[in-house]
Design a protein around this ligand. Structure first.
Ligand code: ADP
Ligand code: MG
Length: 313
């Protein structure tokens, strides 16, 4: 009897030891604590937000993981970042930047979005820097991957509204992902477009005529912006030939308030950015199919995917 009791006690102790090594309660992996987030450097900033590279190091021994942390420059935009978070956390695709969690333990307005870190930055930094090592095939592969991410986004009834090279992030020389869902809107199942109510600092040189004139955003408006993004990619994001530069060179500068009206006017008359020097005719044809004046006449992401797959084989 005492023998069995001894074994029973030993077993009990083993259980106890085991339960001590297992955390008493599984913690929420999407809940990041601000005290463990160590800023390394700034990655970039846009109109409203700022993105920093941080080490999330709960053990405090530098073994943590690198993450990209998006916060707001001014706290009064916090509802926008909340909306961005509620969008990105529902998206699961190879070509869309991965949501990791939020950090919100410093009180309401100070919410932060934690994403995976893409070491090569955006196409806008990556392409000019690595131009000699990137051939046409790579550029077309990037174009294909953006279309695949956009096709998925559209299937979830979202319109991105800020598709541009600065918002495409580079994982490595053969993988890019769509980022920056700050202007993304969900369209209701019974609607075909999203109507903007507040005029923001919108990326006008990436916008289709219906966005500029009627403030209506269709999935096809993202296709137009993709055309502008592809134009940027085919010019290796050369600053001298950026969309604003090209337009201002063509209509002349110093029109002040009239610049927007001039842009709309030029687009309505059929003016389009010319073929970049290194862009093959076959690719420029696709760009032009994205820039049909009427949204219903534009190519869609599905057929663009087919075209790029074809060009790549
Ligand atoms: P904003 O809404 O202010 O434009 P973005 O989300 O576009 O903010 O981020 C701004 C810049 O920060 C990007 O253009 C890119 O250079 C950099 N960046 C953003 N997210 C990441 C990330 N996950 N990994 C690496 N760099 C990033
Ligand atoms: Mg951005």
């Amino acid at each position: 009897r005492p023998f069995f009791r001894a074994i029973a006690r030993e077993l009990d102790e083993k259980d106890l030891q085991l339960s001590e090594t297992v955390p008493p309660q599984e913690t929420d992996p999407t809940d990041f604590k601000s005290r463990f987030l160590k800023k390394i450097r700034k990655l970039g900033e846009g109109n409203f937000g700022m993105v920093e590279l941080c080490l999330y190091d709960p053990k405090g021994d530098q073994t943590g993981e690198l993450v990209a942390v998006k916060s707001l420059k001014t706290e009064n935009e916090s509802s926008n970042l909340r909306r961005e978070i509620s969008t990105i956390r529902n998206l699961y695709h190879e070509n869309i930047v991965k949501y990791k969690g939020i950090c919100n333990d410093e009180g309401g307005a100070n919410i932060k979005l934690i994403m995976e870190y893409l070491p090569a930055g955006s196409l806008k930094e990556y392409l000019p820097r690595n131009k000699p090592n990137i051939d046409l095939k790579r550029l077309l592969l990037f174009a294909l991957q953006i279309c695949q991410g956009m096709e998925y986004l559209g299937s979830q009834n979202y319109i991105h509204r800020d598709l541009a090279a600065r918002n495409i992030l580079v994982e490595n020389e053969s993988l890019v992902k769509i980022g920056d869902f700050g202007l993304t809107k969900s369209i209701k199942d019974d609607k075909e477009y999203y109507k903007v109510t507040e005029e923001q600092d919108s990326p006008v040189y990436w916008y289709a005529p219906e966005c500029l004139i009627n403030r209506k955003f269709y999935k096809a408006s993202d296709v137009w912006s993709f055309g502008v993004t592809l134009y940027e990619i085919m010019s290796y994001c050369d600053r001298e030939n950026s969309p604003p530069q090209v337009f201002l060179k063509s209509i002349g500068r110093s029109h002040g308030q009239m610049t927007m009206a001039r842009l709309v006017d030029a687009l309505e008359k059929g003016w389009r950015m010319p073929r970049p020097d290194l862009c093959p005719e076959m690719v420029y044809t696709q760009i032009r199919r994205c820039w049909s004046h009427a949204p219903e006449n534009r190519v869609d992401f599905k057929s663009l995917i087919k075209e790029f797959e074809c060009l790549l084989t």
